[in-house]
Write a protein that binds this ligand. Structure first.
Ligand code: SAH
Ligand code: SF4
Ligand code: F3S
Length: 446
């Protein structure tokens, strides 16, 4: 008897780690249903676009890709096509799919990915596009399978949603209000990861510092971190922190911990107080700089990263200069820089988007240039030092070298045996580039 081929799935995932992790969960569910992964579109029976809505160009890219799927579906009429993630949470997107993209079989949102198996069944039975988008978040669903890939580094969500409502940002609209996972569920998941041999965990949330605010028992983020530190996983990271909630207590926990990495991502968005106010960021320039100084004084060799938006409505050249000045003062290791993009449904979308695209691009270029010089300078500080590297595999760009990351999250490439993959290795840094370091194994290194 002929063995029936397993149906194959392919994810196209956009946006942040939240989405990447949701994809891992959906892959886990599909594996349990007997599906197998594929990397080629022609081979796929189920293609899922897990989308991001944070900036307009992300939206446009996805519509382009879905348009292209029409031909693929013609040659494989049994193929299912799904759109989920943050774009799906917007009615305008759903309307556009219904009107112009009949090739899409199902649309579901960020609050009900656990319903994927049911939705697949419905889609097989229906000729119409299935729409199942929840406007409000439900209870947190635990114990979903997760298809984590490398056995080394894992994402663990500690909270969902965001209550901050920065005026430019769509996330509170696509991910709902803040909901914290229970302390016990998080600890159990991380203990299990430790037993499975994972060496690194990144705690995920739009604003991890407000973990626990919605829970009845008296737990907060520093308490949670302290408990996770005790589990003994070698490396603990977390993102993202909101500057307004980055407390001294949190700093102390990091400083006194064994396993929490010296790496902090703290977005400041803009250097001018007037712009920060219009962004509803709830922190001032001075507050931010004070935090950074305290962090630098308390956590030696800390690596700092940030997010910055240029060209927010009404931002003058002088106000942008304050952003540049901030970057020079702090000397971040990395900055993720974005051109402001108006998002329908956010308060800032009602402000006149009065900075021309060429001005926005000019500001972005100036910012990138300034930051690149600083990134290189920060990396040069590593030369002749020995650092601990968690080896992830072979480098994609330089395939005869191994690649891994430092505790400060710097990429390090070096020659070594593949038996080192998955290990913590001491590397003496010899060369610094803007985005990576090159070194040699240092067996006597400290
Ligand atoms: N919760 C995180 C990240 C949110 S989205 C945080 O608050 O830090 C990631 C980044 O995208 C933001 O930090 C911001 O810099 C950028 N971003 C969000 N909305 C944007 C918009 N409308 N236009 C341009 N950049 C935006
Ligand atoms: Fe968006 Fe602000 Fe929430 Fe971050 S803190 S997700 S930028 S609203
Ligand atoms: Fe994008 Fe949604 Fe993340 S809008 S940045 S995928 S929370």
């Amino acid at each position: 008897m002929e063995v029936k081929n397993r149906r194959k799935y392919l994810f196209r995932t956009y946006g942040c780690q939240m989405n990447e992790h949701d994809t891992e969960i959906m892959e886990g569910m599909l594996n349990e249903l007997g599906y197998a992964p594929t990397t080629t579109e022609e081979d796929a029976d189920f293609i899922i676009f897990n989308t991001c809505s944070v900036r307009e160009n992300a939206d446009n890219k996805v519509f382009g890709e879905i348009g292209r799927m029409k031909n693929l579906k013609r040659s494989n009429p049994n193929m299912l096509l799904a759109l989920c993630g943050c774009m799906a949470q917007q009615q305008t997107v759903v309307d556009r799919i219904l009107k112009s993209y009949p090739q899409v079989d199902m649309v579901f949102g960020t609050h009900n990915i656990h319903k994927l198996p049911e939705l697949i069944e419905q889609a097989f039975l229906s000729k119409e596009t299935i729409i199942d988008v929840w406007q409000t978040e439900g209870e947190i669903v635990e114990n979903l399978p997760r298809a984590r890939k490398d056995g080394l580094k894992a994402w663990v969500t500690i909270m969902y949603g965001c209550n901050n409502f920065c005026t430019y940002c769509i996330v509170p609209h696509t991910r709902g209000r803040e909901r914290s996972r229970s302390f016990e569920n998080i600890i159990t998941e991380i203990k299990q990861l430790k037993d499975e041999g994972y060496k690194e965990v990144t705690l995920l949330g739009q604003n991890v510092n407000s973990y626990g605010n919605d829970l009845e028992d008296n737990v907060d983020f520093p308490t949670l971190l302290k408990e996770i530190d005790k589990i003994g996983i070698n490396r603990i990271r977390f993102m993202t922190s909101h500057p307004k909630d980055f407390t001294d207590e949190l700093m102390d926990v990091i400083k006194n911990s064994e396993n929490i990495c010296e790496q902090i991502h703290l977005p400041f968005q803009a250097g001018s107080d007037e712009v920060l106010k219009r962004m509803n960021r709830k922190h001032s320039r001075e507050w931010y700089l004070d935090k950074i100084n305290a962090i630098k004084n308390n956590i030696p060799n800390v690596a700092l990263s940030t997010d910055i938006i240029v060209g927010f409505p009404g931002e003058t050249d002088e106000q942008f200069e304050k952003t540049l000045d901030m970057v020079r003062q702090v000397e971040f290791d990395i900055a993720y820089t974005f051109i402001y993009s108006p998002r329908t449904g956010t308060p800032a979308a009602n402000l006149e988007d009065n900075i021309s695209l060429s001005d926005k691009k000019r500001r972005l270029q100036a910012l990138i240039q300034t930051q690149n010089d600083i990134s290189k300078k920060k990396n040069l500080e590593y030369v002749n030092k020995t650092v601990e590297v968690l080896v992830e595999g072979y480098s994609k760009t330089n395939t005869d070298k191994l690649t891994g990351r430092t505790r400060t999250n710097k990429v390090v490439n070096f020659f070594g045996e593949d038996t080192l993959i998955g290990q913590l290795v001491n590397i003496r840094i010899e060369t610094a580039k803007t985005w990576s370091l090159e070194g040699v194994i240092d067996n006597d290194g400290k």
